[in-house]
Design a binder for this molecule. Structure first.
Ligand code: SAM
Length: 196
């Protein structure tokens, strides 16, 4: 039988699949081990481009290993997603965030932070095509996770409903601090978020 109420990561991928077109440029804001980068590289096809950010060299190496031949469709960028506008100068079809620390890493103290996460989302909303979606998988079980969660939720609630539709999606009966999803759909064309 077919599942409709997917877990967070598969659900976020379905949203991306529904909106991203072959040939588009897209952003993986948190490359990590490259699972979402790989997924996005397949979605955009050979004429598309994925800009994949991480502040850890080890993450970009893991991502390159995961990509194999698809590496040619991906720009691996060792820098913070907060500076996305230094690297991406074109409209984007979508963006994915997976917050928190790098899974399987020895150093779980390197985590996404409220300020840079919100700066990146803010800039990406300007670059996003009308009808495009940004997915953000939020973990709040680690040190620093609750602060980031609260700052993110406060920020997205300031977005004007005529500009962006904002949802929160979560499974309520899962064990071990599962992530929840925040997804933003740009419903009006604008280059910068100004209305509050
Ligand atoms: N989606 C990834 C995967 O499929 O494996 C997992 C991402 S992991 C939960 C979060 C990643 O964000 C870590 O690798 C971490 O180094 C990275 N990160 C933390 N702060 C960042 C920043 N300011 N800019 C870009 N990446 C950042």
């Amino acid at each position: 039988s077919q599942i409709l109420l997917h877990r967070v990561l598969p659900f976020s991928k379905r949203l991306m699949s529904a909106t991203i077109l072959p040939g588009e440029s897209v952003v993986d804001a948190t490359a990590g081990n490259g699972n979402d980068t790989f997924f996005l590289a397949e979605l955009v096809g050979e004429d598309g481009k994925v800009f994949a950010f991480d502040i850890q060299q080890a993450a970009l190496e893991a991502t390159a290993g995961r990509l194999g031949e698809l590496t040619s469709r991906v720009n691996l960028i060792l820098d913070s997603h907060a500076d996305v506008d230094r690297y991406v100068n074109q409209p984007i079809g979508g963006a994915m965030f997976n917050l928190g620390y790098l899974p399987y890493s020895d150093d779980k103290s390197i985590i996404t932070k409220p300020k840079s996460t919100i700066q990146a989302i803010h800039k990406l909303l300007g670059m996003l095509k009308k009808g495009g979606i940004i997915t953000i998988s939020v973990y709040d079980g680690h040190d620093g996770g609750k602060e980031e969660r609260d700052a993110l939720l406060a920020y997205v609630k300031t977005l004007h409903q005529a500009d962006v539709h904002v949802i929160r999606y979560e499974l309520l009966n899962q064990r071990n601090n599962p992530p929840f999803l925040v997804a933003l759909e740009k419903v009006r064309d604008f280059e910068e978020v100004v209305r509050v």
